[in-house]
Design a protein around this ligand. Structure first.
Ligand code: GDP
Length: 451
């Protein structure tokens, strides 16, 4: 998968790795090579431009992580940005609150739509679902026959229906779709997958038919099946389909072939819709949910460095929490810098509310909850800005932050003196709480708090 791109990116990194320290010229050169690699992989021009801008900004202003060398740090930035480009998390498949869940398969002829319909059914079956398939391609008997063969191979139920010699057209399509849905309801199938007619090109008739099907079936998922080998053509047709239908996701097929990577890396950015699955072969089980981090790992193709990067991230977090725990346990030296670190860690963990819910509301955490609940999540940025506007000396000795210093901090962070006052109050509250716990006291108080 994406061998060429992998090779080119590795070459760019190799040049960096030869350097002891990174200069702006090194970084520029690496960015140039990465840019060429992406363009040669047929990645959309705008996507390349934005990606390179992000990577360059981050590489130049990168915080030094002692666990990584400068070049490894650039690799980490590239990895993070690629993952972000692909949507970060694995996109979820949507089920209807009331079965049957309806999935409309869209795509051009030859993209792998019928094969994917079968693969999806097999995947659902494996997950304990009861899918039923229907082909509404009333124009090509061979297409309907193909789905029948596919369904048989995975032992899935298909609604064949009777065309009754009716003229092919949207009326017949709608009748079949309606009947299939009724069949699903009557016989307890929880998912209905509708394989639709394909065309060689996007045309008006096809789009109108798809729109009618959408209106009729109100599907939870409209998946666009795209052949990864066709690069930007796949991206363009995905965009056309999305404009008319509002896709909910993309399935990229033929990822086992020598696709260059352009479709995979562009389609989400261009359409705004995530890749939900990939097809990796002709067999029914050559199909998997799309995990951005794993794909990026494969694209970068450097297992050793990537695991180092992950380890560095984990140890960094661990070290910070250990330091914090030590300070909290000993009840000393909880500075505004620690406060800022804690805010960052909490931000990483998830929403404030979800964390608060995990804490007992009595005992020592009552104070913590109160202090924390005053911290609106949108305020995080402002709090950080205020602490950043302090001098290191002030951060370690909050007592010296006088009225004039508060004014300066407010001006420097674009906030108000009132907000600075409030921050200092919150901080003092937390520091006092930690102090009152005293040496070894935290454990005892936790027990009292029922933890
Ligand atoms: P449709 O016209 O969109 O329904 O496409 P088909 O399902 O008939 O697939 C077209 C061809 O692509 C068939 O030969 C499939 O076996 C092949 N195909 C589909 N998905 C994949 C895949 O993920 N990998 C490979 N190698 N071939 C695939």
């Amino acid at each position: 998968m994406f061998e060429n791109l992998t090779e080119k990116l590795q070459r760019a990194f190799k040049h960096l790795r030869g350097q002891g320290t990174l200069t702006e010229e090194n970084i520029q050169e690496a960015m140039r090579e990465i840019r060429v690699a992406l363009l040669e992989a047929d990645v959309n021009l705008n996507v390349v431009k934005e990606l390179i801008d992000h990577i360059r900004d981050k590489a130049v202003g990168a915080e030094v992580m002692t666990a990584l060398s400068p070049s490894e740090q650039v690799i980490k930035i590239v990895r993070d940005e690629l993952i972000a480009l692909l949507g970060k998390d694995t996109a979820r498949f949507k089920f209807a609150p009331q079965p049957p869940t309806v999935i409309l398969m869209a795509g051009l002829q030859g993209s792998g739509k019928t094969t994917t319909t079968g693969k999806l059914a097999a995947w659902l079956k494996k997950g304990g679902h009861r899918p039923i398939l229907v082909s509404v391609d009333v124009y090509r008997p061979a297409a309907r026959e193909q789905l029948k063969v596919v369904a048989k191979s995975i032992d899935a139920k298909i609604y064949e229906g009777d065309l009754k010699g009716e003229q092919p057209g949207s009326k017949l399509v709608e009748r079949l779709a309606n009947e299939a849905r009724r069949e699903a309801r009557n016989f307890g199938f929880d998912t209905l997958i509708v394989d639709t007619a394909g065309r060689l090109h996007v045309d008006e008739e096809l789009m109108t038919e798809m729109e009618q099907l959408k209106k009729l079936l109100n599907p939870q998922e409209i998946l666009f099946v795209a052949d990864a080998m066709t690069g930007q053509d796949a991206v363009n047709s995905a965009q056309d389909f999305h404009k008319r239908l509002g896709l909910t996701g993309v399935v990229l097929t033929k990822m086992d072939g020598d696709a260059r990577g352009g479709a995979a890396l562009s389609i989400r950015h261009v359409t705004g819709q995530p890749i939900k699955f990939i097809g990796t072969g002709e067999k029914p089980d050559a199909f998997e949910p799309f995990h951005p981090d794993r794909i990026v790992g494969r694209i970068l193709g450097m297992g050793d460095i990537l695991s180092l990067v992950e380890k560095a991230e984990a140890t960094l977090d661990k070290k910070k929490s250990e330091e914090f725990a030590k300070k909290a346990l000993l009840g000393d030296g909880f500075t505004l810098e620690d406060f800022r670190d804690q805010l960052k860690q909490i931000k990483k963990l998830g929403s404030m509310e979800s964390i608060l819910k995990m804490l007992p509301s009595v005992g020592p955490f009552a104070g913590m909850q109160q202090a924390a609940s005053q911290v609106d999540e949108k305020q995080f940025v402002r709090l950080e800005a205020m602490i950043n506007s302090m001098t290191p000396h002030e951060r370690r000795n909050h007592d010296i932050i006088s009225g004039s210093r508060r004014k300066r901090i407010a001006a420097g962070s674009g906030t108000s003196v009132q907000e600075v006052n409030q921050l200092l109050r919150q901080y003092a509250q937390m520091a006092k709480m930690f102090k009152s716990m005293g040496k070894g006291g935290l454990a005892k108080q936790m027990m009292r708090g029922g933890m």
